[in-house]
Design a protein around this ligand. Structure first.
Ligand SMILES: [Zn+2]
Ligand SMILES: [Zn+2]
Length: 187
């Protein structure tokens, strides 16, 4: 009996083994699907996190701040003894009248705040956006305040009647544009 069983087993062995291997491959397949599913879920989680980042970026706050342009390196040196190299490059930012500091994003519009030192003498009102978890300020509108009157700040070429955001040569006639402070009238 044992012998014949042995033969029978032997005879069946290939089939049995195929089933076993079949089961093994099936198991591997299931495992593979599980891994892919897990990866997909992870991917979805990453996407969710990603879209949350996009969501919070879209909630960038519009603010209006009054103050002046300062060198942040000097301000931090004066306030907190931050290291100030002897020949430092000015790091221009904005200090509000309440003493809140903002780092300015350099854009086509804000360029004037960095390059035109006349603006460093003025009380400015910057309308712009600040971004979640930062004190970065993206200027959208530049105004100055003197004698209690708000003025729009821009550059202008009289000859061509062309307005520019920053000092430099007129895009049309190449003559230097002029800094204009135009009082805002309430009509
Ligand atoms: Zn400086
Ligand atoms: Zn011009």
């Amino acid at each position: 009996m044992k012998f014949s069983n042995g033969i029978q087993n032997k005879g069946r062995a290939p089939t049995f083994d195929r089933r076993r291997y079949g089961g093994f491959w099936f198991g591997t397949l299931i495992f593979g699907i599980a891994v892919i599913a897990a990866a997909n879920m992870k991917g979805q989680n990453t996407e969710t996190t990603g879209s949350q980042v996009v969501d919070s970026a879209s909630t960038a706050k519009e603010i209006q701040v009054q103050g002046r342009i300062v060198c942040l390196a000097e301000a931090m040196h004066n306030l907190y003894r931050a290291d100030l190299p002897a020949n430092h490059e000015h790091l221009y930012g904005f200090e509000t009248t309440e003493g809140v500091f903002y780092t300015l994003l350099r854009t086509d519009l804000s360029k004037a705040l960095f390059v035109d030192e006349r603006l460093h003498q003025k009380i400015l009102i910057i309308t712009g956006r600040t971004f979640p978890k930062t004190h970065l300020l993206e200027a959208i509108r530049l105004q100055s305040l003197h004698d209690g009157v708000v003025h729009d700040l821009y550059y202008y070429c009289d000859t061509c009647a062309i307005r520019a955001a920053a000092p430099g040569d007129c895009v049309c006639c190449q003559a230097p544009v002029e800094l204009i402070e135009k009082p805002i009238t309430s009509d």
